[in-house]
Design a protein around this ligand. Structure first.
Ligand code: GCB
Length: 605
């Protein structure tokens, strides 16, 4: 069991959550002497930086943008006297990729993994009714023993540099909100929900974990604020008559209130919006509330100008408006768990999420997606360090499922992106990961992983683990692009025919396909990188999708242009966006809009 609660921080009758977002003191530890120089007690300099944000794109010096190593953050926080007697936590939405937290000079907590929350229990270390110094050391080095995978090299000038095994910039820092929290000694730690729909009614099987033994009650309110169900006990059933189901683009959210009581006394209260819906795979269908859905949408990134991967509430709003405009109903959180606020918004807007853990770069190559296109085979899982990677991966998966399991929008778990799947050593690794996801999720949501170009029938040893077969394919871009596109189509269909021949009786989904396109480039006749070519490419793949009944969804790569490491393959970033990085449409957006507005939700049912 996790040692701290993953519940989203909220102020309720019994809890307080105070935002620590804003300007923090900031210092890059170029000399690597932070510990020795006592930064834990206070960092040097006067530089201030916003939290949440990636630190990289604010400054004008390249050595800051490319900095690899430890960066230090500091903030003084006032802890109210009336909180004494409660548990006091500092909760980080994420610290990329690892962090150590110090309070008043003392090391309190550390966390590995850059895209999931953690809490530092500071109860015994703060001074009440006084300011307390919070210092955080954040490290952004990439390794092959943690996810996402990559390397850290040292240049001849002595500077370290990140070499990601993945195609997005290694943005880092305190990229999500930080909260100071007060919760009662006996508090709601976690809860699970599972749904059963029978006719017009629904049953919610629940179980609540608390840190004590007092009585628990659970109450459900509808959108009008009327009580819809009430149950007592740490586990039980909420019976909801005439249940309003959570549906695609027609989300109905109930408010679940969990209380711990001691007679008439309220010990703790926690609440969260939930949606009643079921998810199931039957044959080649993805069923939501028993009805088939066809997924239309995107692989995304958390990425925008200036703040990098930092959570930006305005960018989130714009992204949802664009996704609605274009007729999308789903997205994959490529290639890491996103900020919690994005899942809350998807719950509200009725979007379907394939929730991905940060297991990307599990392929021995600096550009896995490129080398895999050439058919290169590697044995990533045969390294001596693989057991360490597996441990970190399992831990991240546990945190992910614990954090996100109660979002109605989350309909599937993506457990890896483009791993190596051709060696025997991959198989036991996959088994552990897939079994763990099943064990942790009471709803037993479908599990998947995104298959790289060379993971094809006859080569891939791991697709049998997937409940949904998710393909990342670039016929017409990395394979036979431009004037050779007609051959790309032939090869594409040939591969799909080979999958079809296997008769897997499972849904297939395209989790990636796309063509780099400069938002500024028009060319008649088309050339690769022009907007005209993106349209030609999309028309080709769409006609392939329409020819196979077992393909139950299309998520184009990518929603928007995004930053990557510089290099000869990328023009200041990956340009496969249907929208620019500034969230304006390229021509392909209008093409997809026309298609997606027309395709019914139960397309190919
Ligand atoms: C992929 C990767 C994604 C890349 C994309 C591309 O297969 O999963 O991270 O950005 O290809 O554009 O090459």
């Amino acid at each position: 069991m996790l040692e701290y609660s993953m519940l989203y921080p909220r102020t309720t009758k019994s809890r307080r959550a105070v935002s620590m977002d804003g300007m923090w003191k900031f210092h890059l530890d170029q000399e690597e002497w932070g510990e020795e120089k006592g930064f834990a007690e206070g960092i040097p300099g006067k530089d201030l930086i916003p939290v949440p944000a990636s630190f990289q794109d604010f400054y004008t010096g390249k050595e800051i943008r490319e900095f690899t190593g430890d960066v230090w953050y500091e903030k003084d926080i006032f802890v109210p006297g009336e909180w004494e007697g409660n548990k006091i936590f500092i909760r980080f939405g994420a610290a990329t990729h690892r962090a150590v937290v110090f309070v008043n000079g003392k090391e309190i907590a550390s966390h590995e993994g850059g895209f999931l929350p953690f809490c530092a229990d500071v109860t015994e270390h703060v001074c009440y009714n006084a300011y307390n110094k919070v210092v955080v050391k954040v490290n952004n080095e990439l390794t092959v023993t943690n996810i996402p995978c990559g390397e850290t090299i040292t240049l001849p000038n002595g500077r370290k540099m990140s070499k990601p095994y993945f195609d997005f910039f290694n943005y880092s820092g305190l990229q999500r909100s930080v909260y100071l929290m007060s919760v009662p000694k006996e508090y709601v730690f976690d809860f699970d929900l599972d749904y059963k729909i029978s006719g017009r009614d629904a049953e919610i099987n629940y179980s609540v974990q608390t840190t004590g033994e007092h009585a628990v009650e659970v109450e459900l309110f509808d959108e009008e604020g009327k009580q819809a169900a009430l149950a007592k006990g740490k586990s039980g059933v909420l019976e909801v008559e005439n249940a309003h189901l959570w549906r695609v683009h027609k989300a109905y959210l109930y408010r679940l209130v969990i209380r711990i009581t001691d007679g008439d006394r309220l010990l703790d209260e926690y609440e969260q919006e939930i949606g009643i819906r079921t998810v199931e795979i039957k044959g080649t269908s993805i069923l939501l509330n028993g009805k088939p859905v066809y997924l239309k949408g995107f692989g995304k990134h958390e990425d925008s100008d200036i703040v990098g991967r930092g959570f930006q509430i305005g960018v989130m709003k714009r992204d949802f408006e664009l996704m609605k405009w274009i007729g999308a109903n789903s997205f994959r959180t490529a290639h890491y768990p996103y900020s919690e606020e994005i899942y809350q918004m998807a719950d509200r807007e009725g979007f379907l999420i394939i929730d991905e853990v940060a297991a990307v770069g599990l392929f021995a190559s600096l550009m896995n997606f490129m080398e895999a296109s050439t058919g290169k085979e590697t044995a990533f899982f045969e390294k001596e360090t693989t057991p360490l990677l597996l441990k970190a991966h399992k831990r991240a998966l546990e945190e992910l499922i614990t954090r996100d399991k109660n979002h109605p929008s989350v309909i599937a778990w993506s457990l890896l992106n483009e791993p190596e799947t051709s060696s025997d050593a991959a198989v036991p690794y996959f088994k552990e990961i897939f079994d763990l996801a099943h064990e942790l999720d009471v709803q037993k949501r479908p599990r998947t992983f995104a298959l790289v170009m060379n993971s094809v029938p006859g080569v891939c040893k791991c697709y049998p683990f997937s409940d949904i077969i998710a393909l990342n394919r670039y016929y017409g871009w990395y394979v036979k692009g431009g004037y050779e596109i007609s051959e790309a189509e032939v090869l594409f269909r040939k591969e799909l025919d080979a999958w079809k021949a296997l008769n897997l009786n499972k849904p297939f989904l395209f989790t990636e396909y796309g063509a780099d396109t400069m938002g500024t480039e028009h060319k008649l006749p088309s050339v690769m990188w022009s907007q005209e070519y993106q349209e030609e490419y999309l028309n080709m793949v769409n006609s392939v999708f329409d020819s196979y009944d077992f393909i139950k969804g299309e998520q184009v790569w990518n929603f928007a242009d995004f930053q990557t490491t510089e290099g000869i393959l990328r023009v200041n970033g990956n340009k496969k966006g249907i929208f620019t990085r500034q969230r304006q449409p390229k021509d392909g957006a209008y093409l997809l809009r026309k298609r997606w507005k027309k395709l019914p939700l139960d397309y190919k049912a």
